[in-house]
Design a protein. Structure first.
Length: 270
């Protein structure tokens, strides 16, 4: 899968015409790219960490649990040994998006700038579901937590990392969306509203970045065999749902040079 930078001979692809599900990424599609992922220790985030590592990315794993980050690091270490050392060991960056202060964000940005001088990808995967309950009965503190983690923290992290993203020759910022963030659904409360806000943030930031090397898109993973899905649908048979590992290729495409010039889009992983 080869992609040329936008030019008069190769027009910038339209987000409405581009479909990452229709492309098969090269095995080394992410080789040499420095990519940060939030919420990488379970579900979609863990699957992305494993797949991105296989494809040569240098990963910065941002998660709140040191124990879970270390467990993922061990898994990636085993993968590295099995691959004959082709996988680059990740950098573990403990960060609790619910409690992080300005200095915590600054420390992450400073560390990236000092080590690499750039950031080629940022995947916002961490999210809270909150409650599935009517708006008039919604717990206000829970609403605030969900909006903070899903929107405010993602905004703050993106803002502080913008200098290193701008320093990349081809940077991709991916926000996790949802079907309930495109059309409202009863009882989905703060989660749905946060995903509507995410879609808006993508559009605004993409418009502001359109003359830079930074592209910004949203992706909806859809139904998947995850803990969040079980929380939302406790009686559902998870075995009937796609494994997160089967949904990673559209993310690889959007994080790689194959989507260069595609910005402001909202895509589906399935």
């Amino acid at each position: 899968m080869n992609a040329a930078p936008p030019s008069s001979q190769h027009p910038t692809p339209s987000p409405t015409a581009f479909d990452p599900r229709g492309l098969v990424p090269d095995a080394d599609a992410l080789a040499g790219r420095v990519i940060a992922i939030t919420g990488p220790t379970a579900g979609i985030g863990r699957a992305l960490a494993m797949e991105f590592a296989r494809r040569g990315a240098e990963l910065i794993l941002l998660g709140r649990s040191v124990r879970k980050l270390e467990a993922l690091d061990a898994e990636l270490g085993a993968l590295q040994r099995h691959s004959g050392g082709a996988i680059v060991p990740p950098v573990l960056a403990p960060l609790d998006l619910e409690k992080a202060l300005a200095g915590d964000y600054d420390a992450i940005a400073d560390a990236i700038e000092k080590r690499w001088g750039r950031l080629d990808g940022l995947v916002h995967n961490a999210s809270l579901l909150g409650q599935l309950t009517p708006i008039e009965q919604y717990d206000v503190p829970t609403w605030m937590r969900v909006m903070h983690v899903n929107v405010n923290a993602a905004f703050a992290l993106t803002q502080v990392l913008m200098p290193v993203l701008r320093a990349s020759e081809d940077a991709s910022v991916l926000f996790t969306s949802s079907g309930v963030g495109r059309r409202g659904r009863a009882y989905w409360g703060a989660y749905a509203v946060s995903k509507f806000a995410t879609e808006g943030l993508v559009q605004v930031l993409a418009a502001e970045m359109e003359r830079t090397h930074v592209r910004v898109n949203a992706i909806n993973p859809g139904k998947a065999r995850t803990a969040m899905r079980r929380q939302a649908y406790p009686s559902e048979d998870l075995a009937t749902l796609p494994d997160p590992a089967s949904l990673t290729l559209p993310y690889v495409v959007l994080a790689s040079a194959a989507s260069r010039g595609v910005t402001g889009g909202s895509f589906d992983a399935q």
